[in-house]
Design a protein around this ligand. Structure first.
Ligand SMILES: [Cu+2]
Length: 474
């Protein structure tokens, strides 16, 4: 009852504010002010047209209204959205000053704007690249009553929706499940590898069809002891679990988006059908709550990886990646005794994942999601060949240098190199993979590290970053 009275008083205040603004001349104006996010404005002050924000879309995306119409934007998504005047090109310009800009609307919140002058008013949602997902709309304001009447047929009624519930929808990240805890909880599904990766087993195998399940979780992840960041992590771990299959397998991945952002999975290096390529604009994004089954054929043995392809600069940087290993069908083709996979990544421990402009300044450099000294030591044996699969998920080239034994470069991007060659320093471009083989002659402890020396620091402190030790045993 008290709450209802408050709403009435607030409504009266807002109506009087609208009247004051109306007296101040022409031009679109916000009826409810920048701070008001709830839709409790009296509906009898001029016409109200409702635009619903749902499933990352404005509905209807285009409306035609008469001057003086109040447009109410109601967010029905669990994800925060906003309404900012401008086209996608406009909002991409740093000097763009929007004519109107709502605050961030949480689920159930709404915001209103009065369109007074005739014209075309484009708008987008600028939250975390949502306009890339098609969150664009426009309002045509015209005094041509016939045009308005024709458009009105497809416009919802002026009745306000019951969207006034203030919903506290915070996205507090869950603490990361440690890799060991995940393996302990689901021993049939996961196995922990000595290089600090978790391998995912198929939940169903029928003939050569292997089916895997991935979801996406916002977790607290520790880069090094005491440095905890928010990550968007496949199955709650960083890197996401490794998918290991055999040449000729048909791979089906059931991806459930258990996160508040749209995502996809792109299979980097795999020649999937277009609809399974995981690019939102050539297939489809997987919206929060949706499940999509990706299918592709493991055509050629080698090292590949998967990553999200929505707003990639942000989503890959937030940790949405994992390794794919396709084993040769012929077991004789495995000529190495032992193997490790290392995924290189760079991280900004201060970045705001939800900022409109995603501008990371990487200050941590990771091997399998962790920085030195919190990375595993790799064990090798004199006279024995170890294959190391290197995947660069970072945004810069990384020159990996091995002390002690040099190595043979045997494969690149999942293809055997025509003539294997010997190196001690290997430049790996973003997205590239190299398989190298080491057959040490002497026992000892030898570093293997990025020779971009900024990458062997943790937030400027040496030693750290992309650095690990090879423990070569007799
Ligand atoms: Cu994503």
């Amino acid at each position: 009852m008290v709450r209802a009275q408050h709403r009435l008083i607030l409504a009266l205040l807002l109506v009087s504010l609208a009247l004051v603004l109306a007296a101040c001349g022409s031009g679109p104006r916000s009826a409810s002010g920048q701070a008001a996010q709830t839709g409790n404005v009296a509906a009898d002050d001029g016409e109200v047209v409702v635009v619903t924000i749902k499933n990352f879309k404005f509905e209807p995306a285009h409306i035609t209204v008469a001057p003086g119409t109040r447009v109410r934007f109601v967010n029905e998504d669990p994800t925060p959205h906003n309404v900012v005047q401008g086209t996608v090109a406009d909002v991409g310009r740093k000097d763009h000053t929007p004519l109107f800009e709502s605050p961030e609307l949480q689920e159930g919140q709404s915001w209103e704007y009065v369109f007074d002058t005739e014209g075309e008013f484009a708008y987008v949602c600028t939250v975390a690249g949502h306009y890339l997902m098609g969150m664009v709309g426009s309002v045509t304001v015209t005094a041509d009553s016939e045009a308005v009447a024709a458009a009105a047929a497809s416009v919802p009624s002026t009745e306000p929706t019951d969207a006034e519930v203030e919903h506290d929808h915070t996205h507090d990240a869950a603490p990361a499940l440690s890799m060991q805890a995940l393996v302990d909880a689901y021993p049939d599904l996961y196995s922990l590898k000595p290089e600090g990766l978790v391998e995912l087993q198929p939940f169903r195998v029928e003939g050569n069809v292997k089916e895997f399940a991935l979801d996406i979780q916002e977790v607290q992840h520790e880069l090094i002891d005491g440095v905890v960041v928010t990550a968007w992590a496949f199955n709650g771990i960083l890197p996401g679990p490794t998918i290991r299959v055999q040449e000729g397998d048909i791979v089906r991945v059931h991806f459930t988006n258990t996160h508040h952002q749209p995502h996809t999975i792109h299979w980097h290096g795999i020649y999937a059908d277009q609809e399974h390529d995981g690019v939102p604009h050539t297939s489809a994004a997987v919206m929060p709550g949706e499940t999509r089954v990706y299918e592709w054929v493991a055509e050629a043995p080698g090292t590949y990886w998967y990553h999200c392809h929505v707003d990639s600069y942000r989503h890959v940087d937030m940790g949405m990646y994992g390794a794919i290993i396709i084993e040769p069908k012929d077991p004789e083709a495995v000529t190495w005794a032992n193997e490790y996979t290392l995924i290189l990544d760079d991280w900004d421990s201060n970045v705001d994942a939800m900022a409109t402009r995603y501008e990371p300044n990487h200050n941590y450099f990771l091997l399998n999601g962790r920085a030195f000294p919190d990375v595993p030591t790799l064990t090798l044996k004199v006279g024995e060949t170890t294959r190391i699969r290197l995947i660069n998920a970072a945004y810069s080239n990384v020159a990996m240098h091995m002390h002690g034994p040099s190595f043979m470069v045997v494969e690149s991007d999942g293809k055997p190199v025509p003539l294997p060659y010997e190196k001690d320093t290997l430049d790996i471009a973003p997205g590239e993979r190299y398989d190298i083989e080491v057959t040490p002659r002497k026992a000892g402890l030898y570093p293997f590290h990025a020779h971009n020396l900024r990458y062997v620091t943790n937030d400027g402190m040496y030693p750290g970053g992309m650095h690990l030790m090879l423990d070569i045993r007799p």
